[in-house]
Design a binder for this molecule. Structure first.
Ligand code: ZN
Length: 82
């Protein structure tokens, strides 16, 4: 599973001013704008406006996983023999 970060995702996680408003899943490496990122942050981002539209929004759970990976892990954990 997992996907290669595209050009914008790669920039989003390497440019510090942008990185702080970006989530990356610890499981699959998916990248997305934090759901609570202020609307105005892309105005100051070197990537210009529309970053949210380009890479989407990614919420992470308290394990640092996206919804898909969190569900996958829950599944594995639930079915693991005791
Ligand atoms: Zn993930």
């Amino acid at each position: 599973m997992g996907k290669r970060p595209n050009e914008f995702e790669q920039m989003a996680i390497t440019v510090p001013e942008v990185r702080r408003f970006v989530n990356q899943c610890g499981g699959c490496g998916s990248v997305g704008v934090k759901p609570d990122a202020p609307d105005e942050f892309t105005r100051f981002a070197p990537l210009g406006p529309g970053l949210r539209e380009r890479i989407g929004v990614l919420a992470l759970d308290d394990r640092g996983l996206c919804e898909m990976c969190g569900r996958w892990l829950d599944d594995r954990t639930a079915h693991r023999p005791a």
